[in-house]
Design a protein around this ligand. Structure first.
Ligand code: NAP
Length: 473
């Protein structure tokens, strides 16, 4: 067969993208927008639903953020786009299959696990990963078996000072009536309506100036109806290092966070039904239990010392206290698990890479033809929008690598080989049209209940709704 430049009209580039969250969609958009590139993109997701953390992570009371999917829908409407939902890498397709049927692979499967503290008592009942709570209230199929004893808990600790901690704290204290109109999982809303939670204590291991939450997020917690954001005066006092850092290298958000917390501290607390209380410069060292249930978190105080990069870091001092709690949510970050056939950096929980080019090991050699985007590339940092320029950089690397590469022309049956392979393995792959039918189904079901959407939260239910829609066509 004749050969042609890879990515030309005569020989389109075939790309497999694994994962369908924001970073994956921004990479696909960059491919479709690349000048003089002809390409076909097949997207694989282990769930029947696309959009990753936009569906399974973004809080239900942040519906506006979810409207970013309109951009992804435009990308999905491009002629070269196909979606294969309900297809897991390592289970239904292998990396070897992808290398056999595609010219390039882009991994965009995120970080699906949680980080552990590694302290005694972490296995006690009532100590949960925030990631599980987030997945549960968002109707993610992986987390529907989780049980959160909100009916019996009045005091909850949230470990960590990031935006996930903000989401968790807000969902715990926000009025369920305000959540009822969102796309929150129906079962989670029922439990939140029975919740006895009155106080959430936020535990930051560094000071208020180093909190990872965005000003908008802490301000939203402070602005909730019927909720006090309590900042005891001793918690907001800045040490000398932080004061200097704020004047110098600190991000702008740090100054805004400190000013806001100071204002909250001065306002004091009024009588409300629920409160969120901030504690800083404390690290959990043990979860204390009565039998197998958590009853308190033992905290060690920290002071701040300058790290090698000048950033204030926590250093433990010999001072301890306990916060009595009924439940704990650890919101200390996500982490990637190994995916069969894909190199894994166990220390960082990511796919080892250099500028988005996959390496066979951390600091190892480039694996030709394989790329990575999003949290799987850089770890669990950044907002949705952070992924757009970052995915573009990976795509630029990919385009550099195919410059001057020639490939044999494709035969007419090429595009049907992967669907046929999946069928031969008994995999019921979900197309984008199938997803659109499920999307309509959920929105209509939600409308009937006065909600933005009523999510189906098990893969079986989703597939049943999809099959029903197919048979109605
Ligand atoms: P994050 O922003 O990295 O925050 C993690 C928090 O956990 C930090 O306060 C960190 O403290 C603390 N932490 C880490 N290890 C700890 C330990 N061993 N002991 C005590 N505390 C520890 O992570 P995230 O909250 O999971 O969020 C992930 C990303 O998603 C972030 O970029 C976030 O902005 C984004 N996100 C955005 C939104 C939104 O915009 N609404 C919502 C959710 C998530 P140190 O700073 O001291 O390390």
């Amino acid at each position: 067969m004749a050969s042609h430049p890879l990515g030309s009209e005569a020989r389109p580039l075939r790309v497999a993208v694994v994962g369908s969250g924001p970073s994956a969609f921004y990479a696909i958009e960059a491919l479709f927008k690349a000048a003089d590139l002809s390409c076909r993109v097949d997207v694989f997701d282990r769930l029947p639903t696309p959009y990753g953390l936009v569906r399974g992570g973004v809080a239900p009371d942040h519906q506006k953020i979810k409207s970013v999917v309109r951009v992804y829908e435009k990308t999905a409407a491009q002629p070269g786009f196909r979606f294969f939902g309900n297809v897991a890498l390592g289970r239904d397709v292998l990396v070897d299959d992808l290398t056999a049927h595609y010219d390039r692979i882009i991994y965009g499967f995120g970080n699906e696990s949680d980080r552990r503290l590694g302290i005694p008592g972490e296995e006690l009942a009532g100590v949960h990963a925030a990631t599980a709570f987030v997945g549960w209230y968002n109707g993610h199929p992986d987390f529907q078996g989780e049980q959160f004893d909100l009916e019996r808990a009045t005091r909850v600790a949230v470990v960590g000072n990031g935006n996930v901690a903000m989401d968790v704290a807000r969902l715990l204290v926000r009025s369920p009536d305000e959540l009822a109109e969102t796309d929150i999982a129906d079962a989670a809303l029922d439990v939140l309506r029975q919740s006895k939670v009155r106080e959430v204590v936020l535990l930051g291991r560094r000071g208020p100036a180093q909190a990872a939450f965005s000003p908008k997020e802490i301000e939203e917690v402070g602005g909730l109806a019927g909720v006090n954001l309590v900042v005891p005066p001793q918690e907001i006092a800045l040490d000398e290092l932080s004061a200097q850092w704020l004047e110098g290298d600190a991000p702008r958000s740090a100054g805004r966070n400190v000013s806001y917390l100071r204002k909250q501290s001065e306002a004091g607390a009024d009588a409300t039904t629920r409160q969120v209380r901030c504690r800083f410069l404390v690290s959990p060292v043990e979860f204390v239990g009565d039998g197998d249930r958590v009853t308190a978190v033992r905290l060690q105080r920290n002071e701040l010392v300058a790290g090698d990069d000048g950033e204030p870091r926590p250093k433990a001092v010999d001072s301890y206290d306990e916060e009595p709690v009924d439940l704990v949510f650890k919101a200390i970050g996500y982490r990637g698990d190994p995916v069969p056939g894909v190199p894994h950096d166990a220390r960082r929980g990511i796919v080892p890479n250099r500028d988005g080019r996959v390496l066979d090991a951390p600091d190892g050699s480039v694996v030709p033809g394989q790329y990575v985007v999003g949290w799987a590339k850089r770890g669990p940092t950044g907002l949705i929008g952070t992924n757009s320029p970052d995915s573009k950089l990976t795509v630029e690397a990919l385009l550099q690598d195919i410059a001057g590469v020639e490939a044999e022309a494709l035969d007419a049956a090429d595009a049907e080989r992967v669907p046929a392979l999946l069928r031969s393995r008994g995999v019921d792959a979900v197309s984008f049209a199938d997803w659109e039918a499920l999307d309509r189904h959920e929105i209509e079901a939600g409308r009937a209940r006065g909600k933005a959407r009523s999510k189906l939260s098990s893969v079986d239910e989703m597939l049943a709704a999809i099959r029903e829609a197919r048979s109605a066509q």
